[in-house]
Design a protein around this ligand. Structure first.
Ligand code: COA
Length: 264
């Protein structure tokens, strides 16, 4: 068994017994996923199965956000090919989480928007605090979810609801997320949500690890027919990134103004 160690610029790792808490620590930017954070996440998740860890929790730093999306300042100037690779790279990291035989729980302590909602959905279970807000607001920027969101949101809450949230960019509160099956539990605050996550992971750690890993494989197999959907998503994401509307959407966000979309 390897020990999980190393220092990261955007992640704070804390091992509690055999449960690893992975905190995304870019609080000033609402824990937005920049390229480096995604790379660090890939490294940690990639080493989970071989480490002396029975479960992991992903959480955002601070009280305001789990993760407010991919870092908009980094991806506004991409051509179609770069955008496809960007989407596929994110999809790969999130698939690594989804397929991991070590159970991973997202504790959603605030905004889980765009890539943040996609990250939470890639985890095996989700525990939200009462004030959490979920959403796929990419159409506000002239793009669409590119880290598996079109597929996983539909899997979790159903087609009609997923289409509504992805097309309107509306935010979903924690109570609705619980009703729709987007989250497993809602707790009063961050501390209670963490306690719940630890309780569940401790319980799972008493079971046979090989069986737990194979449960993950079997459940993922239900959705394997959706594989093409991810390719279609990456292509669609890449096409959106090549539009003027995406430059306008991303610039408008950075400049803190309303976008003026032209359909080009
Ligand atoms: N990428 C980059 N920076 C982001 C970000 C993102 N996805 N989300 C938030 N930030 C930054 C803001 O630019 C701001 O930085 P600044 O202080 O240097 O100006 C800081 O985080 C705080 O965000 P702010 O917008 O001032 O907070 P708010 O309370 O007014 O609004 C949100 C909170 C979550 C509603 C708003 O930040 C938001 O809409 N974020 C983008 C969500 C999104 O579209 N995600 C999908 C991206 S694909």
């Amino acid at each position: 068994m390897e020990k999980i160690n190393g220092t990261y610029n955007n992640l704070e790792l804390n091992l509690n017994g055999k449960i690893l808490v992975i905190e995304i620590s870019r609080e000033q930017k609402l824990n937005a996923l920049n390229h480096e954070t995604l790379k660090e996440l890939k490294q940690v998740i990639g080493s989970l199965e071989n480490a002396d860890v029975s479960g992991a929790i992903i959480i955002g730093a601070g009280e305001k956000a789990f993760v407010a999306g991919a870092d908009i300042s980094e991806f506004q100037k991409m051509d179609e090919e770069t955008a496809r690779r960007f989407s596929e790279a994110g999809q790969q990291v999130f698939e690594l989480i989804e397929r991991c035989h070590t159970p991973v729980i997202a504790v959603i302590n605030g905004f889980a928007l765009g890539g943040g909602c996609e990250l939470a959905m890639a985890c095996h279970l989700r525990i939200a605090v009462e004030t959490a807000k979920f959403g796929q607001p990419e159409v506000n920027l002239g793009i669409l979810p590119g880290y598996g969101g079109t597929q996983r949101l539909t899997q979790l809450i159903g087609k009609g609801r997923a289409l509504e949230y992805m097309m309107t960019a509306n935010m979903m509160d924690a109570k609705t997320a619980l009703n729709y099956g987007l989250v497993n539990h809602v707790e009063a605050n961050k501390e209670a949500a963490l306690i719940k996550a630890f309780d569940i992971l401790n319980k799972i750690s008493e079971k046979a690890p090989i069986a737990i890993g194979l449960v993950v494989d079997c459940v993922n197999a239900v959705f394997d027919g959706g594989k093409n959907g991810y390719e279609i998503e990456a292509s669609a994401f890449a096409k959106c990134c090549a539009t003027d509307d995406f430059s306008e959407g991303a610039n408008a966000f950075i400049e803190k103004r309303k976008p003026n979309f032209t359909g080009t």
